[in-house]
Write a protein that binds this ligand. Structure first.
Ligand code: BES
Ligand code: MN
Ligand code: ZN
Length: 485
């Protein structure tokens, strides 16, 4: 699907026309242009509230008109929800091309229209690789703004690059676990490196052993596919401010829980446990495609967590490359072990900061649901930048506390740390655990277990499955850092 801005409404024979109806807007100009719609809206007492929708087919033309309650005119959240609804209605009505008319007088700020563009694309996406019957979807959407509008076609094109990377991320996360194991994901990274001229360093068993990456080696021990640590580097073309950001993403290609096997229904969606790694890949690719003026290191620890003869066991102690030892209490708390390795490796590259995303704990789903990811960060400036980036693009974060006194709960009797502790606050304890491995580099941990994969559609996504959460957030954050925002 392609989105294009147009100055005038000139729909072709079978194109649909969609008009957002805003709360408190003057209906008179709408009535003059679309009298039939105006009358019907009056009968239905439409007030411009989100969720209101009216579809009518003009008799003389073979054209579908949709009038949609669009909420508050400046609200980005309302724009996202209205666009999600618009896309489901257009799909239901099998529209091939649609014109969306933003009524006068405007103005329509760039961020408002960008919210529409993002949400239209995000809701157009379907994962149908394994379906015989594929939905054709929309080919084109034209945006017509009455009044001043701040988003040029070039800017829509830029947005579409980021959205294409979001789509790639979603495809990877939705792909079946038989196809996405560490070897396959490493090949996908290599393909991106070739395409965008990025440097890729791949560590497999020999390098992992030489560098003491024992978290990865323990977690990946029972899989027939060996673990890996990938580092994908984007170096900006022109001299830049000298800032280097390391992004780290958990890449468990399937999480069965290991010997602490997950019960059936908790395992169902565990192909999505590499969503952090996929988001990091998307963000590094997007940074390259946009030519951002910041150096980006994308680190992805990859492993499959399975039970088996060689599986690591509760009671084992793993020695990490920073000297810390960890008692394994539960093999299902595997994410923090492979991410700890990647954080040590990232810190050794001396970046200015580390942002890490992981589908780390079920507890963050209980705490925040699927609309907010949990942010754990001790550096106020970094936390504020990430929170702001999240608000701007709609991938929202909620800051979680990291109380000193919870640290005791992850102290082991036989080692320096233990990888799990029961009795509540499990997301917080996981965050405290990770902070032990980032050295002195400013560090943010983002728990995306609730936001990366939806078991049912929500207010912002009309479809279930992978959301691509993190790609747009990280790009927004990097853009701001590089001064391109
Ligand atoms: N990958 C899971 C976390 C998860 C849960 C992601 C639900 C997405 C949806 C993680 O590896 C895990 O199993 N965490 C355990 C930790 C516990 C054993 C301390 C959990 O949260 O139950
Ligand atoms: Mn697990
Ligand atoms: Zn996991």
């Amino acid at each position: 699907m392609k989105i294009v801005r147009k100055n005038q409404l000139r729909p072709g024979a079978r194109d649909a026309v969609l008009i957002p109806l805003f709360k408190g807007a003057d209906p008179a100009p709408l009535g003059r242009e679309f009298p039939a719609l105006q009358a019907a809206a009056g009968r239905r007492r439409m007030k411009g509230e989100l969720g209101e929708a009216l579809a009518c087919q003009a008799l003389e033309e073979k054209r579908l008109y949709l009038l949609l309650g669009a909420g508050r005119p400046g609200s980005l959240a309302d724009a996202r929800r209205c666009a999600a609804r618009a896309m489901s209605l257009l799909r239901e009505n099998r529209a091939g091309r649609a014109w969306i008319v933003f009524p006068g007088p405007g103005p329509w700020p760039a961020d408002y229209l960008a919210a529409w563009v993002d949400s239209l694309h995000l809701n157009h996406y379907r994962f149908d690789r394994y379906k015989k019957k594929k939905d054709r979807g929309l080919e084109r959407v034209f945006l017509v703004c009455r009044g001043r509008a701040g988003l040029a076609n070039a800017a829509i094109g830029e947005r579409e690059k980021v959205l294409a990377e979001t789509t790639r991320c979603r495809d990877l996360v939705n792909e079946i676990p038989a196809e996405i194991h560490p070897d396959a994901l490493a090949a996908v990274f290599a393909e991106s490196a070739r395409r965008h001229g990025l440097r890729l360093e791949t560590w497999r068993r020999p390098e992992l052993e030489a560098n003491g990456m024992n978290g990865l080696l323990a977690v990946g021990a029972s899989s027939c596919c060996e673990p890996a640590l990938l580092t994908l580097t984007y170096e900006p073309p022109a001299p830049h401010g000298g800032r280097t950001v390391a992004l780290v993403g958990k890449g468990i290609t399937f999480d069965a829980g290991g010997l602490n096997l997950k019960p059936g229904n908790s395992m169902e969606e565990m192909k999505s446990d590499m969503a952090g790694a996929a988001a990091v890949l998307g963000a590094v690719n997007a940074a390259a495609r946009l030519g951002l003026a910041v150096k980006v290191l994308g680190l992805a620890p990859l492993a499959e967590n399975l039970p088996g003869r060689r599986a690591y066991k509760p009671g084992d102690v793993v020695r990490f490359a920073n000297g810390k030892t960890v008692e394994i209490v539960n093999t299902d708390a595997e994410g923090r072990l492979i991410v700890a390795d990647a954080l040590i490796a990232a810190a050794r590259l001396k970046p200015d900061l580390i942002v890490e995303l992981s589908t780390l704990t079920g507890a963050i789903v209980s705490a925040l649901g699927d609309s907010y990811a949990g942010l754990f960060c001790r550096q106020r400036r970094l936390a504020a930048d990430l929170l702001r980036a999240g608000e701007r693009c709609g991938e929202r974060l909620w800051e979680m506390p990291q109380p000193e006194e919870y640290r005791e709960a992850i102290t082991s009797k036989v080692a320096d740390l233990k990888n799990a502790s029961y009795g509540g606050g499990s997301s917080i304890k996981a965050g405290l655990f990770l902070a032990e491995f980032a050295g002195r580099v400013p560090f943010a941990h983002i728990d995306i277990a609730g936001t990366a994969f939806l078991s049912k559609p929500n207010a912002f996504y009309a479809g279930e499955g992978a959301t691509g959460f993190g790609v747009r957030l990280l790009v927004e954050f990097l853009k701001e850092l590089s001064g391109n925002a």
